[in-house]
Write a protein that binds this ligand. Structure first.
Ligand code: 5GP
Ligand code: ZN
Length: 106
């Protein structure tokens, strides 16, 4: 079966995008751990941080800059927020398509 986030990125699983551009999409986590819990997801399928190649630096910086903009859009930038990657099973990763969590709004 195809990767859950590839299905979301391609539109096969209808999902509301709070933002998208040529490199990333942003949507709400289905099981939020905070009042604001967004996922910043590259359109390209990359399994995890471990699998990033040198030529994918631009994707990572796009993810972080997008998260920064989304924090402002969700009005949590001043109160503060967390950005994190879970890497592989021991790091808590359950969806093996790279994503950056943005949580805040407590
Ligand atoms: P991980 O533990 O892999 O870093 O986080 C994956 C996150 O994706 C989890 O917080 C989970 O709630 C979220 N998630 C899993 N499947 C879906 C889905 O189909 N739609 C959305 N919006 N979020 C999902
Ligand atoms: Zn994928």
């Amino acid at each position: 079966m195809e990767c859950t986030f590839c299905q979301i990125v391609s539109g096969k699983t209808p999902t509301h995008f709070l933002f998208q551009n040529d490199k990333v999409v942003v949507f709400k986590d289905i099981n939020p751990h905070a009042p604001v819990h967004l996922l910043v997801v590259p359109k390209k399928h990359i399994r995890s941080i471990n699998d990033l190649n040198d030529d994918e630096r631009e994707i990572v910086s796009e993810m972080i800059m997008t998260a920064k903009q989304m924090a402002k859009k969700m009005a949590v930038h001043k109160s503060g927020y967390r950005l994190f990657f879970n890497v592989e099973r021991g790091g808590g990763q359950i969806i093996f398509h790279l994503h950056l969590h943005l949580i805040g709004g407590w």
